[in-house]
Write a protein that binds this ligand. Structure first.
Ligand code: PLP
Length: 400
């Protein structure tokens, strides 16, 4: 439609939200659907965080805050970055945004000129390419194979860098694969970046705290202090603190970039809710013991799903280091025929078959830039996961 801006023709609505919407529609039409598409913990926000929000309302903390966020929250973020990551930041180097997604949006809008390249390892979180395109940048995809644990190698990074490269985006643990970079994996990449001073790194550490089997999380500026002046470290409370609806994410980086991001935010949302900011202070400064408890539950679910999917004919499911997703290969079902005569040619055909035949909603790998795979979020009950995996096994066995 001519009335709609040209820039929107470059992007698409979030495919993960589209799957959740389709699953909800089928459910409303009476179908027994198990949704494994949503990227959020099923646990409720801990009580001490809710209490801080209620106290903030009663104390009248209901007015505008600074664009970058309250001083109390930015101080709590500085302490967190020091405590968990050994990184020194001052509160003016921090910006709080309406979720991690807005941090990425602010950063891209503040830094990209038309044609600037952004290296995005695939499979990637669906928003990285589209936010890059909206900001008139050019995504440069690097396929990270299952053989290398869905991680980018130093040689791949070296080959992707051009004089136009502005950013490398890293996301560990990853949405959609759950893959995470060890110190050595990360050092191999930071060694390459040290040789290319024009390339900045945007590290999305959203799943930092959701790791298993004693995996030790690392972030680029910690692994290579020489990159501190060209690293934007992104994080938030959505996933580990079970606060997706509160909309609090944050960025830490060089003052000039944070100031530019504040300029962008000052002309869009101004800031996230004052109440959510008070809750995030309680999350970052308060008791963290619930995270280990939640991770123990997630790990049990991960092991259950990996085992059951590997028992399904034609599927191969790697064991991820973190987050709450698995990214199984469905290469073994390509070319097979469904009981009603449809040939499965793509991972989208496969997830459509799972939804229509068994009522299991997953997201096709093509949406994340690497096929033929699909993503399952295991942030739901053991009962639902067992039932869903039984149905997937049955659907695979019915293919000829
Ligand atoms: N980064 C990654 C890798 C994510 O998976 C998500 C949410 O799915 C986000 C950022 C955004 O989180 P938020 O809900 O805080 O915007």
């Amino acid at each position: 439609m001519a009335f709609i801006a040209d820039r929107l023709s470059r992007i698409k609505p979030s495919p993960t939200i589209a799957v959740s919407t389709k699953a909800a529609e089928l459910k409303a039409a009476g179908m027994d659907v198990i949704g494994l598409g949503a990227g959020e913990p099923d646990f409720d926000t801990p009580d001490h965080i809710k209490a801080a929000a209620k106290a903030a309302i009663d104390a009248g903390e209901t007015k505008y805050t600074a664009v970058a966020g309250t001083v109390a929250l930015r101080k709590a973020i500085c302490e967190k970055l020091k405590r968990d990551n050994g990184l020194e930041y001052t509160p003016d180097q921090i910006q709080v945004a309406c979720g991690g997604k807005q941090s990425i949006y602010n950063a891209m809008m503040a830094t990209l000129n038309p044609g600037d390249e952004v290296i995005i390892p695939a499979p990637y979180w669906v928003s990285y390419p589209d936010i890059t395109l909206l900001a008139e940048g050019t995504p440069v995809f690097v396929d990270c194979t299952v053989e290398n644990g869905f991680k980018m190698t130093a040689d791949q990074l070296e080959a992707a860098i051009t004089p136009k490269t502005k950013w490398l985006i890293l996301n560990s643990p990853s949405n959609p694969t759950g893959a995470a970079y060890s110190f050595d994996d990360m050092k191999a990449l930071t060694d390459v970046l040290v040789k290319h001073p024009h390339v900045w790194v945007m590290t999305d550490d959203m799943y930092e705290h959701i790791v298993y089997d004693d995996f030790k999380f690392v972030t680029p500026a910690q692994v290579e202090p020489k990159l501190y002046d060209r690293t934007l470290t992104l994080n938030g409370v959505s996933k580990a603190y079970c606060m997706t609806g509160w909309r609090v994410g944050y960025a830490a980086g060089p003052l000039d970039v944070i100031k530019a991001m504040n300029k962008v935010q000052s002309q869009s949302t101004t800031h996230t809710s004052s109440i959510s900011q008070a809750a995030a202070v309680a999350a970052l400064n308060g008791d963290h013991s619930f995270i280990a408890k939640n991770n123990a539950a997630f790990k049990g679910r991960r092991d259950l799903v990996v085992k059951m999917l590997n028992e399904a004919e034609g599927l191969v499911c790697p064991t991820p280091e973190g987050a709450f997703y698995v990214y199984p290969s469905c290469a073994g079902v390509m070319g097979k025929t469904t009981p009603d005569g449809k040939v499965i040619n793509t991972d989208e055909d496969f997830v459509t078959y799972l939804l229509e035949s068994e009522g299991v909603a997953a997201v096709h790998g093509e949406a994340f830039g690497l096929s033929p795979f699909f993503r399952i979020s295991y942030a739901t009950s053991n009962e639902a996961l067992t039932e869903a995996c039984t149905r997937i096994q049955r659907a695979c066995a019915a293919l000829k």
